[in-house]
Ligand binder design. Sequence first.
Ligand SMILES: Nc1ncnc2c1ncn2[C@@H]1O[C@H](COP(=O)(O)OP(=O)(O)O)[C@@H](O)[C@H]1O
Ligand SMILES: [Mg+2]
Length: 417
Amino acid sequence: MATRPEDVEPQPRPARAAARPGPLAPPMDLAELIADRETRIVVCCGSGGVGKTTTSAALALAAAQAGRTVVVLTIDPARRLAQSLGLVELNNEPRRVDVPGAEGELHAMMLDMKRTFDDIVAAHSTPERAEAILENPFYQSLSSSFSGTQEYMAMEKLGQLRASNQWDLIIVDTPPSRSALDFLDAPNRMSRFLDGTMIRLLTAPARAGGRAGLRFASAGFMFFSKIISKILGGQLLRDISAFVAALDTMFGGFRERATATYELLRRPGTWFVVVASPEPDALREASYFVDRLSAEGMPLAGLVLNRTHPPATTALSATRAEGAAEEAAESGAEGAEVAAAALRVHAERMVVAAREQHLADRFTSAHPEVAVRTVPAAAGDVHDLDGLRVMAGELTAPDADTPTGIPRTRVLPARRG
Ligand SMILES: Nc1ncnc2c1ncn2[C@@H]1O[C@H](COP(=O)(O)OP(=O)(O)O)[C@@H](O)[C@H]1O
Ligand SMILES: [Mg+2]
């Protein structure tokens, strides 16, 4: 098992510790990755709020600009972003987004979880049966609120988009789960749930009744079943029974589909991009995810460290900026206050950048092979094509091409060895 950053014991300092350079993460070439025709699926994952949806949309835009016919499957995009992508009406199908000057095509869709579930039911049963399932209250709550349904349906939709063969690249955003791992666990959890002992037990009378009367229902079981019926309420139990009985023919279907989509994620041409903000929790989650991907043999493109705060210049350290600010303030000269304020802002910025770099270094120490790309925080939210264009540039520009000379793998320059 790979080490997590927080497990790394402080090492005894070697004699020349001060001269050692920090860990250097390999650069990540997302421009090449999305331009490569062999790349067919890119999955953006990470914990909630780190910028998965924005990164997915920006990468899709970059891909369209690079000439690809791309679809981005977004999940719960922020309202203004959805609007600027033309996704105000939910119809669970991709729509073309007009990108002036793009060589390729950008299509975007917003996942409608319930509708995706309904479509599966319709595709896998007779019309009468489908109607019975769709009207079943238990199905209705399962399809709109069961934890994991959204993750499962995202996988399902991905499978559908891939099968339709209309796009040469699919970029997938993942649900705003607490844990990034939920996305990978969803198919299994869903089929375990539908196939679970509890559900089988609860619905045993209905099944036995259908096939061979109550022959199997012992007095003890009937007693148990009555108690459960009291606790859960008779109606719910009948709902569940009816639902499972109707879904019976689909059990194999669900499991097979889950397995097929999971396999799709392991095929050559699929890449994962892990997104994190420079915060301990987000990076810890990214760390777990990286370990899990490697355990499952799924290919990782690298880590996008989003919303970093690189300083405008690194020529002036925080300490020196603080000192200069004090001197300026004391001098009382004309304009000194403004200069002092600017110097203090710079000093703060250097402290923030140092903290962010420290967190990034910890991640890289634990995962030295994982490529990193930093994306500076934009001044405001990223909610329109212009904002996405800027972000696309940050994600795909050459590693060394920055105004400050700091490579895009870092927030601050590496210490010289
Ligand atoms: N690099 C960035 N600079 C500024 N704002 C950003 C950046 N990346 C994301 N945001 C903003 O952060 C918020 C959360 O981003 P979002 O992509 O919805 O996160 P997630 O999908 O991971 O929950 C959005 O309001 C988005 O505009
Ligand atoms: Mg999101």
